[in-house]
Design a protein around this ligand. Structure first.
Ligand code: TXA
Ligand code: MG
Length: 311
């Protein structure tokens, strides 16, 4: 159900939940300090309770309410990348954010989104938690229609068109004097080099080092079983998620993910393509995983890799 900005602000102020467009993916929004609303988000998504939420702010000045940090590199990141698809995990003041939001951690994640509709809403409501607006484990939603696929046609959605980045924000954490990436995203590691003076290391989450708890869980996956393929052989048949420039064995039907010249275009359509497999009731597909290296292709490779993990 499409709602107006004023409706959305009212629902949120009264402890409800609405879906909101951002430049990365749609988010499921609730007031950060309304425990009932935060609980509804975990319940609606089927989200594991050890997976903390990102707090979205209208403006980075609002950070001072939550954090006491004076850091030159934080100021530079803020100036260069906010509003935008960057999330920073920071230590927080005591008792300013409910434990449930941060899954009991002593840090919290913050982001100032760039989408004008999200910014206008945040100006009306104050800080909002916004996980991606999908059922836990499923591909994220990049249109209001995707939100309705997961939560039904009666679910309140603020319309904002398609999300042009198409993949989530890049999450960084500061440790031992350096920033590291703990979730790859719409901003590449290289894009931070000029501002920080170094390229942040991409650290992977595993059970031994759960830096980014969300990465421990199944993610981005359609119901269709995906098989990542780097070498194609003539006897292959069925479906392949492929690229415009490539030729595939003649018995494969190609679903085009975009062009090898445009990782931005592939990222923008990635979840849409994965969701289409489900709306067409497709049971399995191959994925051309012979991807160019570096930059946004690394994020795309990570998302496809997770989408193909065994159920
Ligand atoms: O682009 C985005 O970031 C979207 C839009 C809606 O803003 N939001 C989003 O939220 O992707 P979500 O909840 O799907 O992913 C948040 C990620 C999770 O992997 C979570 O574990 C991590 O951020 N995270 C949140 N708080 C954290 C913390 N204190 N320490 C480490 N990781 C944290
Ligand atoms: Mg998510």
């Amino acid at each position: 159900m499409r709602i107006t900005l004023a409706n959305a602000a009212d629902i949120l102020k009264n402890g409800g939940v609405v879906a909101v467009p951002t430049e990365t993916v749609y988010g499921l929004a609730a007031s950060f300090d309304n425990i009932h609303a935060v609980e509804s988000i975990f319940a609606l998504k089927g989200r594991p309770s050890n997976n903390p939420l990102i707090i979205h702010l209208a403006c980075s000045r609002d950070l001072s309410r939550f954090c006491d940090i004076e850091s030159q590199s934080l100021r530079l990141l803020d100036k260069s990348f906010w509003p935008g698809p960057m999330t920073l995990v920071l230590p927080i003041k005591a008792d300013v954010i409910p434990s449930r939001v941060r899954a009991g951690l002593s840090t919290a994640a913050f982001r100032v989104p760039q989408h004008p509709v999200a910014l206008k809403l945040l100006q009306l409501t104050g800080p909002l938690v916004m996980p991606s607006a999908n059922l836990s484990g499923r591909p994220s939603a990049t249109t209001s229609h995707h939100v309705e696929e997961d939560f039904g046609f009666d679910f309140p959605v603020l319309e904002g068109g398609g999300c042009d980045k198409g993949v989530e924000s890049t999450v960084l954490i500061y440790d031992s004097g350096r920033w590291s990436i703990i979730r790859q995203g719409a901003l590449t590691a290289e894009s931070f080099r000029d501002v920080l003076g170094y390229t942040p290391e991409i650290k992977t989450t595993n059970k031994e080092s759960p830096l980014c708890p969300g990465q421990l869980h199944r993610h981005y996956a359609p119901r269709a079983k995906l098989q990542l393929v780097t070498v194609f052989t003539p006897e292959m048949n069925g479906l392949v998620l492929g690229f415009k420039e490539r030729k595939y064995p003649k018995n494969l039907t190609v679903i085009c993910m975009g062009s090898l010249d445009s990782p931005e275009g592939v990222a923008e359509n990635l979840y849409k393509t994965l969701r289409e497999l489900d709306s067409e009731n497709i049971e399995s597909a191959r994925v051309d995983y012979d991807l160019p290296s570096g930059g946004l292709w690394q994020t795309i490779a990570e998302r496809l890799g997770k989408a193909a993990e065994e159920k």
